[in-house]
Design a binder for this molecule. Structure first.
Ligand SMILES: Cc1cc2nc3c(=O)[nH]c(=O)nc-3n(C[C@H](O)[C@H](O)[C@H](O)COP(=O)(O)OP(=O)(O)OC[C@H]3O[C@@H](n4cnc5c(N)ncnc54)[C@H](O)[C@@H]3O)c2cc1C
Length: 483
C-alpha cells in the first residue's frame, strides 16, 4: 500500500461471467470493455498518484441504460465508480478496489439551447469545451472555464462543483446549474431538469448531488445557465510586491470595474520561473521581475467598453500598489498570458515532488495565511519551495510545496514526499485557524477523506453519512469516497 492507497471499504467480489454478460446486454458488447489494454486509460489519472483496477468498464449511451446498470448493481450489490473525463485530482473517479467503472462519456448530446430562457440542457458526458462552444454558437456564454476544459465533462464538473478562473464573477458549477437529471443507486430516475429560477417546493435536491462526487447518484443531464457573450475583454499581467498589495488591487478593481471583473489570479514568481525553465518556448511578456504577479481580466457585453483596465492600472501605479503591468493588445496575446498561467501545474512536475493543497480562506485572510503557512513549511522542511498560485478573487489558493532543489532529485523526491501528511496536517490546521476549507475546488475523493474527518464539523459529518446511508444504503456508488 503506498501513501495514497485508500483504505479498503469492503471487499469487492470478483464479477461472475454471468454478471458481466448481464451488464454487457444493457450497453451492447462493444461498450462493455473487459480487455485490460482498453481499460488501462480509465485506471490511471493525471498526477500518476493512483492506479485503479477493474474487470469491467461500461459505456452507456442513454439515461435508460445508466438506470438499467444501476438496477442490476443494486440487485447484485455490485460497486460502481462513475467517471467523466477522468481529470479529477483527488482519486474520486478511480476504481481502487476492482469496482465496475461507469463511463458517462457517451452521453454527449446537447439536448437543447433555449436563448430566451438563457439555458442549455447538456448530457453528463458533454466535454466542457464543447458546452462552451455550443453556447457561443447561440451567441451566448457558458462561463465555466478551467485548465482541463478539453477533457473534463459537465457531469464531472457538477459532481465536483468545479470552480475555475471565472468564478469570481459567475460563481462555481453549482451557481451555473438550474436542474439535474440523476439516476439513483437503485436505478430510479430523478427528473429534475427544471429551468426555473424560483421553485420553493421543499428540499433542494439539486444541490445535494452537486459536489457529491458520484457518491449519491449518477448525473446524466443538467440544465445550465447561459449569459450574454462578452463583446470586449481586457487582460493584464501585473507585477507587484506582495499578496497584500494584490488584495488592495483586487479591492480597487472591484470598486472601479464592478461586475466586469471576471478573473483575478494570484501567482508567485517561482511559478513563472518554472514555466520559463520547463515550458515549451514560453517567456514572460514583462521586462522587470517581481515577487508576485496578478493575471486579471475584465469583460463587458458592450463593444466599446475598453480602457477601464488601463485606468485602474494607472491609478494603482500612482497609489504605489503595483510595479509594472502589460495589457494584452490582441486575442493571441491574451491566449499567451493564459497559457503561461495554465502551464504552472504541468511544469511543476519537472521540479521533483510536490505536496499539494487546494484550500480556501476568507479573501481578507489570504496574505496572513500565506505568511503563516510559509513559516510552518520552512520549519518542517527548510528549503522546501512554496509554489503558490490560485484564484485570489475567491480566496482559493493552490498552496503547493515543491521539494528543495537537490543534487539527487530522485532520492530527494522520495524523502520529501514521505513528509506529505506532516506538511498537509499543519497546513490544513492553519487553514482551520483562518476559518477556511481544505478543499476549495477539487473535492475530497479518497485523497482528503481521512483529513475531512479530522477537520470538518462532527455534526456535518454525521449528517453527510446519514444522507449517504439513506440514499445509497447498500453503498454501491463510489464506496470509500468522500464520507
Ligand atoms: C490541468 C487541470 C486543471 C484543473 N483545473 C481545475 C480548476 O481550475 N478548477 C477545478 O475545480 N478543478 C480543476 N481540475 C480538476 C478537474 O478537472 C475537475 O474536478 C473536473 O470537474 C472533473 O471533471 P471530470 O469530468 O474529469 O470528472 P472525473 O475526473 O471523471 O470525476 C471526478 C468525480 O466526479 C464523479 N463523477 C464524474 N462524472 C459523474 C457523473 N456524471 N455523475 C456522478 N458523478 C460523476 C467521479 O466519480 C469523481 O468522484 C483540473 C484538473 C486538471 C487535470
Amino acid at each position: 500500500m503506498n501513501r495514497f492507497s485508500p483504505a479498503l471499504v469492503r471487499p469487492t467480489r470478483p464479477l461472475s461471467p454471468a454478471l458481466v454478460d448481464r451488464f454487457a446486454a444493457v450497453v451492447g458488447e462493444r461498450y462493455a470493455v473487459t480487455d485490460q489494454a482498453d481499460l488501462a486509460p480509465f485506471l490511471v489519472e493525471d498526477r500518476g498518484l493512483y492506479q485503479g483496477r477493474s474487470a469491467l468498464l461500461l459505456r452507456p449511451g442513454t439515461t435508460a441504460e445508466v438506470a438499467a446498470i444501476c438496477r442490476i448493481a443494486h440487485e447484485t450489490e455490485t460497486a460502481i465508480v462513475p467517471q467523466g473525463g477522468n481529470s479529477g485530482l483527488v482519486g474520486g473517479q478511480t476504481a481502487h478496489h476492482g469496482e465496475v467503472i461507469l463511463s458517462l462519456r457517451r452521453l454527449d448530446r446537447v439536448r437543447e439551447v433555449d436563448v430566451t430562457s438563457n439555458t442549455m440542457i447538456c448530457e453528463a458526458g458533454v466535454v466542457l469545451a464543447m458546452a462552451q462552444a455550443a453556447a457561443v454558437e447561440a451567441d451566448r456564454l457558458f462561463p465555466l472555464s478551467l485548465g482541463a476544459e478539453g477533457t473534463c465533462t459537465i457531469g464531472g464538473n457538477l459532481a465536483t462543483n468545479a470552480g475555475g478562473t471565472a468564478a469570481v464573477r459567475y460563481g462555481t458549477a453549482r451557481d451555473l446549474c438550474l436542474g439535474l437529471e440523476v439516476v439513483m443507486p437503485d436505478g430510479s430516475i430523478l427528473n429534475g431538469l427544471t429551468k426555473l429560477k424560483k421553485d420553493n417546493t421543499g428540499y433542494d435536491l439539486r444541490d445535494l448531488f452537486i459536489g457529491s462526487e458520484g457518491t449519491l447518484g449518477v448525473i446524466t443531464a443538467a440544465v445550465l445557465k447561459l449569459f450574454p457573450k462578452p463583446r470586449s475583454v481586457e487582460t493584464a499581467l501585473i507585477g507587484l510586491d506582495s499578496p497584500r498589495a494584490a488584495l488592495d488591487l483586487l479591492t480597487l478593481m472591484q470598486a472601479t470595474a464592478g461586475p466586469s471583473l471576471t478573473s483575478f489570479e494570484l501567482i508567485a514568481a517561482i511559478c513563472f520561473d518554472f514555466v520559463v525553465r520547463h515550458g515549451p518556448g514560453l517567456r514572460l511578456p514583462m521586462t522587470s521581475s517581481h515577487p508576485w504577479y496578478v493575471l486579471a481580466e475584465l469583460s463587458s457585453t458592450r463593444d466599446s467598453e475598453t480602457g477601464t483596465m488601463e485606468a485602474v492600472l494607472a491609478n494603482s501605479i500612482e497609489l504605489g500598489l503595483i510595479g509594472d503591468a502589460v495589457i494584452a493588445s490582441s486575442d493571441a496575446q491574451r491566449r499567451q498570458l493564459w497559457t503561461i498561467r495554465e502551464m504552472i501545474s504541468e511544469v511543476q512536475k519537472h521540479e521533483g515532488g510536490s505536496i499539494k493543497h487546494d484550500i480556501s480562506v476568507p479573501i481578507s485572510a489570504v496574505p496572513d495565511f500565506i505568511e503563516a503557512a510559509n513559516a510552518e513549511v520552512a520549519r518542517l522542511i527548510p528549503a522546501a519551495r512554496p509554489v503558490i498560485f490560485g484564484h485570489l478573487g475567491d480566496g482559493n489558493l493552490h498552496y503547493n510545496v515543491s521539494q528543495p532543489a537537490a543534487r539527487d532529485p530522485k532520492l530527494a523526491k522520495e524523502t520529501f514526499l514521505a513528509r506529505w501528511y506532516d506538511v498537509q496536517h499543519r497546513v490544513h490546521e492553519i487553514v482551520g485557524e483562518f476559518g477556511g476549507s481544505i478543499s476549495a475546488e477539487h473535492g475530497v475523493g479518497v485523497m482528503k477523506r481521512d483529513e475531512l474527518n479530522r477537520v470538518k464539523d462532527p455534526t456535518a459529518m454525521t449528517l453527510m453519512r446519514s444522507l449517504k446511508n439513506a440514499i445509497d444504503p447498500l453503498n454501491i456508488l463510489n464506496p470509500g469516497k468522500v464520507v
